[in-house]
Design a protein around this ligand. Structure first.
Ligand code: F6R
Length: 237
């Protein structure tokens, strides 16, 4: 793991944007793995600016998001499809049909999850996976106790995760109890992983992730086993 401590969120987001830019430049058909949440918001703003200025293009890119809430349509402002459209896809030159997000409304969840894995496989490997870190150490919605061999599937959200994400909803009762998430095994297949960790409230869990034992109680600790991980953080380590 390469750990880069940045002075603030803007610096860590700019460094992440450089890594995304490198992938877009180097790969003929770049495949990006993307995350939602507060952490990557500034990164997406920078990518939009760079795209508008003509410094980068998503013309040949495809994307796969980590997760989606079960029960929310893409038109729901709290869905991750809506988040991605608003924060990135509507403002860059990516082809919408090449942006993939698990289907939270599928009538057959098992088939939808299998289909998502197949779509990733047929696109090839994810070249660069962006991750955020949950306060409980989750990546995607792979909560503590997760199976490291897990693939895309429906999971129950931890109460701590629902509480952390309640800030986006009118009330905690509106936060879905389930999500579809790419599994740890799916995430670990990416060629390169960039973990973004922003804010001192994540200091304790980040230390466990990078220095603690590799355990499914801290799902992100599995990243210690990946050959190409960059941690970009503004946490004072
Ligand atoms: C989002 C995701 C989650 C978040 C994590 C951190 O797609 O997969 O793992 O990255 O919950 O969220 P923020 O950035 O809101 O603190």
């Amino acid at each position: 793991m390469e750990i880069i401590v940045c002075k603030d969120n803007n610096e860590l987001s700019s460094k992440a944007a450089e890594l995304v830019g490198d992938t877009l430049y180097q790969k003929e058909n770049p495949i990006l793995g993307l995350a939602t949440g507060s952490t990557p918001e500034r990164l997406y703003e920078i990518l939009i600016e760079n795209n508008k200025q003509g410094d980068i293009t998503f013309e040949h890119a495809a994307s796969f998001n980590l997760d989606e809430y079960v029960g929310l349509a893409g038109t729901d402002p709290n869905s991750y499809r809506y988040f991605m459209d608003e924060h990135l896809f509507n403002h860059i030159d990516i082809k919408k049909e090449r942006t993939h997000i698990p289907d939270g409304l599928s009538k057959d969840m098992e088939a939808a999850c299998k289909n998502y894995e197949e779509q990733i496989k047929s696109a090839g490997q994810v070249d660069l996976q962006i991750l955020g870190l949950g306060l409980n150490g989750h990546i995607g919605f792979n909560e503590p106790g997760t199976d490291f061999a897990g693939r895309t599937r429906v999971v129950e959200l931890d109460e701590t995760t629902r509480e952390a994400n309640a800030r986006f909803f009118d009330s905690i009762d509106d936060v879905p109890t389930q999500a579809i998430t790419m599994g740890i095994a799916s995430i670990m297949e990416a060629e390169q992983i960039v973990l973004l960790v922003q804010g001192e409230k994540k200091a304790a869990i980040l230390k466990e992730v990078i220095n603690g034992e590799v355990t499914n109680q801290v799902p992100a600790s599995v990243l210690q086993r990946h050959p190409n991980v960059t941690v970009l953080t503004d946490v004072n380590l």
